[in-house]
Design a protein around this ligand. Structure first.
Ligand code: A2P
Length: 326
């Protein structure tokens, strides 16, 4: 296998999706220009957002300036956004993707994902925004196969080049594969050194679905905001990771990212800090030894390693499509 570089693409029969993208969830309005420019200068060509992150308009404004400056062309970028949980119905997909495109100031996204298999009800007036979808009621009628037809229509209309899913389990993915006209090309899931999702990743790769790992560091910032997360695991502080980091003169974050890349999955670390944005793409000049890779493999904790699970999602566990162990 040719050595991986920061321009490497995830293995797929058709889609050209860069291994590394910038996660943008917590980037503030006033930080967006700098974050995107730093990322582009460092070599990122893939940006990940979601309707739910409430920052698509910020990204759109920054991208417009970047395109106008001639620094990069639209078609050189891979832009991902996601259908919100309260739009998980076939007939709602078009409205939400059009809203995202208007905010992003784009004609199309490269990849549109169903953010979660768990659907929420929305206001009767679809244009009415919700500050936080979890204040809405669960939609117990979510029909993933029917929803997927709404996703396929977006490819037909040219609004999304590709479509995919996030937080789906293998049973839910199989159901889509068995009933689709246009296949999902990507699954985005939580993956850390403690939750490695080996079987799910293998299942996706066998089915020509790329995998992207979100929250590779276990979202260290979340403890400050969410009381129930105060005991969540801290991958960056793991002694095995710290020991390997010392050997390569790298940061713990870089060892975690390198491990995930060597697992064959894409990475979308979030950062708004220019030093860390650069650090997070600087993982292609060293390789873990087989023994180091296996030592990290052994850190697996299965379902106990999940951060965004039942504690975080609260009432979502009562939804018929809740994808994880209860
Ligand atoms: P910051 O934006 O100040 O860099 P995750 O992707 O697992 O959700 O983690 C995102 C969090 O990790 C953010 O709080 C981000 O803070 C922090 N972070 C991002 N990159 C690094 C890094 N290289 N080292 C340490 N922390 C990082």
């Amino acid at each position: 296998m040719a050595p991986l570089t920061k321009n490497s693409l995830l293995k797929h029969s058709t889609v050209k999706m860069p291994y590394i993208g910038l996660g943008t969830m917590q980037i503030k309005t006033e930080e967006m220009d700098d974050a995107l420019n730093t990322a582009l200068d460092a070599g990122y060509r893939h940006f990940d957002t979601a309707f739910r992150y409430n920052n698509e308009a910020d990204i759109g404004r920054s991208l417009k300036k970047i395109f106008e400056s001639g620094k990069i062309k639209r078609e050189e970028l891979f832009i991902v956004t996601k259908l919100p949980h309260h739009g998980n119905r076939r007939e709602d997909v078009e409205y939400f993707l059009k809203r995202s495109l208007a905010d992003l100031q784009l004609d199309y996204v490269d990849l549109y994902l169903v953010h979660s298999p768990i659907g929420y009800k929305r206001h009767d007036d679809i244009t009415k925004d919700v500050p936080n979808f979890t204040q809405l009621e669960l939609d117990m009628e979510t029909d993933l196969v029917d929803l997927w037809k709404g996703m396929e229509a977006q490819v037909d209309a040219g609004r999304a080049k590709y479509i995919g899913i996030s937080k789906f389990n293998s049973r839910q993915i199989q159901k889509i594969l068995d009933n689709c006209r246009i296949r999902p090309v990507n699954l985005q899931i939580e993956m850390t050194i403690y939750l490695q999702e080996k079987e799910l990743v293998a299942f996706c790769h066998q089915n020509d679905i790329t995998v992207t790992a979100f929250s590779p560091f276990g979202s260290p910032g979340i403890k400050a905001f969410v009381e129930s997360m105060k005991d969540a695991a801290e991958p960056l502080k793991d002694p095995v990771i710290q020991e390997i980091a010392k050997k390569y003169n790298k940061q713990p974050a870089q060892i975690i990212l390198r491990f995930l890349v060597e697992c064959g999955v894409g990475i979308i670390p979030k950062s708004s800090n220019p030093t860390r944005i650069k650090q997070n793409i600087d993982v292609f000049d060293f390789e873990l030894t087989k023994e180091e890779f296996e030592r990290i493999r052994d850190l697996e904790r299965g379902e106990d390693g999940r951060i965004f699970g039942k504690v975080f999602f609260g009432k979502s566990i009562h939804h018929p499509e809740y994808p994880f162990g209860k």
